[in-house]
Design a protein around this ligand. Structure first.
Ligand SMILES: *[C@@H]1O[C@H](CO)[C@@H](O)[C@H](O)[C@H]1NC(C)=O
Length: 383
C-alpha cells in the first residue's frame, strides 16, 4: 500500500504536466504555423525577430533559456510542482510568461529557489483513510538525538518538523540543550513506533527503516538567550538531504494568522509523556487541543516572569490547550498544526508549559510560525 500512495502522487504530477503540455504547447504549435509563415514572408533568424511579436515569444519559450528574475531559477517543470496549478491556470488563459525555456517535452519554468516554496508537495500524508491514525498519518515529525559521549547511546528528548529535504524546524531550547555528557548529534526521521524497525501498519505495509541523519549546522534565532523563554526557534540543517517516503514528508508552514481564531482546534504530535496516560507509549502520540486566548497563558505564566524576558516581542507566542489534557515532557520542539485546504500546515512550535501539565485551564505556550515565517524563510538554505 505504501507504493500505491507513492504512485498516486507520481501519476498526479504526470497528469498535470500532460495537461499543461496540452494547454500550452498546442497553442504554441498552432502559433508556430504562423511563425513559419512569417519566415517565408520575411526570412530572418529567430534571434532577430521582434521580441514583442507573440509568435516569436512562443518560439522563444520553446527553444531558449531565459534568465529568471530574483530568487528563482529556470528548471524543468517536473521539478517544480509547487507551480503546477498556477502554470496550468496561466496556460489556460494563454499566458506563457512563466516559461523560461526548454522544449515541448521538457518545459522549463522560473521556479522559486527556496526549497520551502519550490517544495514538491507539503503537508500530505500518503496514507489514505479519514479515520486512520497510524504509521504515515503525520509523516513530518522528526526526533532530535543527543549522543552520550561516554556510552555512544542516543537519547531523543525533543522533536522537530521536516520543512525541506535538508531542514528540521525545532525549538532553540532543544537545539542548544546541554545535558552532562550529551551532545546534539543527529535527527531521526521515518519513525512511528520506537519499539519496531521497520514500522509496519496493521494493514500490512511497511515503511522504510528510520534513518539517523547527521547535522551539518544549527541556526538558532540570534535573539534567543538560553534560560529565557523568547525567540525559542532554531533550524537544524542536515548534512545530506532526506529521501521522502511514506513515513518522511515535509509539512507546510502557515505564514498567516488570519484563520487562527480562538477555539480553533489544532493537533500536536510526537513522542513523550501525555497527561492522559501514565506510561509512555512507543508509538507516536497525538492530541487535539484548542487555541486559547493569550489571557489564559498570561494568567498562568505572567507571574513566573517567563513572559517578560528582555527582548521578548509581542505576537511571538500562541497559547493552546487548557482543556484538562496536554502533551508534556518529550514534546519540546514538536509541531502544532492544522489541516487547511487538504494540507497539514504548521502553526506553532511547542516551547514551554507548566509543571502541572494537563491541568484544567493550564495551557502551554507555542512559538508562532506566522511571526517567524520570514526568519525561517531567510535562513533555509537553497538546495
Ligand atoms: C537517497 O536516495 C538516493 C538515491 O536512491 C541514495 O543514493 C541515497 O543514499 C539516499 N539517501 C539516504 C539518506 O537514504
Amino acid at each position: 500500500m505504501s507504493w500505491r500512495g507513492r504512485k498516486l502522487l507520481g501519476s498526479y504530477s504526470c497528469l498535470v504536466v500532460l495537461l499543461i503540455k496540452f494547454w500550452c504547447f498546442t497553442v504554441i504549435s498552432a502559433e508556430e504555423g504562423n511563425f513559419d509563415h512569417l519566415i517565408i514572408d520575411s526570412p530572418q533568424q529567430p534571434d532577430q525577430i521582434d521580441q514583442t511579436d507573440a509568435a516569436s515569444n512562443a518560439y522563444e519559450a520553446r527553444t531558449y533559456t531565459q534568465p529568471c528574475s530574483g530568487l528563482s531559477q529556470c528548471v524543468p517543470l517536473s521539478e517544480c510542482s509547487s507551480m503546477f496549478v498556477s502554470i496550468a491556470k496561466s496556460c489556460y488563459s494563454g499566458d506563457r510568461s512563466m516559461f523560461c525555456g526548454g522544449s515541448d517535452d521538457v518545459p522549463h519554468v522560473c521556479c522559486p529557489s527556496s526549497p520551502l516554496e519550490r517544495n514538491q508537495v507539503c503537508g500530505k500524508s500518503l496514507v489514505q483513510g479519514q479515520f486512520y491514525r497510524g504509521l504515515g498519518t503525520f509523516p513530518f515529525i522528526a526526533r532530535i538525538g543527543f549522543k552520550n559521549v561516554n556510552t555512544g547511546s542516543i537519547a531523543y528528548p525533543c522533536a522537530g518538523s521536516i520543512i525541506s529535504r535538508r531542514v528540521i524546524l525545532t525549538a532553540a531550547h532543544c537545539a542548544l540543550a546541554k545535558a552532562d555528557g550529551h551532545r546534539l548529534s543527529s535527527v531521526r526521521v521515518g519513525e512511528y513506533d520506537l519499539s519496531t524497525d521497520p514500522d509496519c501498519a496493521t494493514t500490512g505495509f511497511c515503511a522504510p527503516r528510520s534513518i539517523n541523519h547527521a547535522i551539518s549546522h544549527v541556526v538558532v534565532h540570534p535573539d534567543y538567550k538560553p534560560g529565557q523563554y523568547h525567540h525559542d526557534i532554531a533550524l537544524l540543517v542536515l548534512k545530506t538531504p532526506l529521501n521522502y517516503s511514506v513515513a518522511c514528508q515535509p509539512i507546510c508552514l502557515m505564514t498567516s494568522r488570519t484563520d487562527l481564531v480562538i477555539g480553533k482546534r489544532a493537533t500536536i504530535a510526537g513522542w513523550g509523556k501525555v497527561s492522559t496516560s501514565t506510561k509512555r507509549s512507543s508509538e507516536m502520540q497525538y492530541m487535539d487541543i484548542p487555541l486559547t486566548a493569550w489571557d489564559m497563558c498570561l494568567r498562568v505564566y505572567g507571574s513566573t516572569g517567563a513572559l517578560d524576558s528582555p527582548n521578548s516581542v509581542d505576537g511571538q507566542w500562541m497559547c493552546a490547550g487548557g482543556e484538562g489534557k496536554d502533551v508534556c515532557q518529550g514534546f519540546g520542539g514538536a509541531p502544532l498544526f492544522i489541516m487547511q485546504d487538504g494540507m497539514y500546515s504548521q502553526i506553532g512550535i511547542m516551547s514551554f508549559g507548566s509543571d502541572n501539565c494537563g491541568g484544567v485551564r493550564i495551557p502551554s505556550v507555542y512559538i508562532s510560525i506566522a511571526h517567524f515565517a520570514d526568519w525561517i524563510h531567510d535562513n533555509t538554505p537553497i538546495e
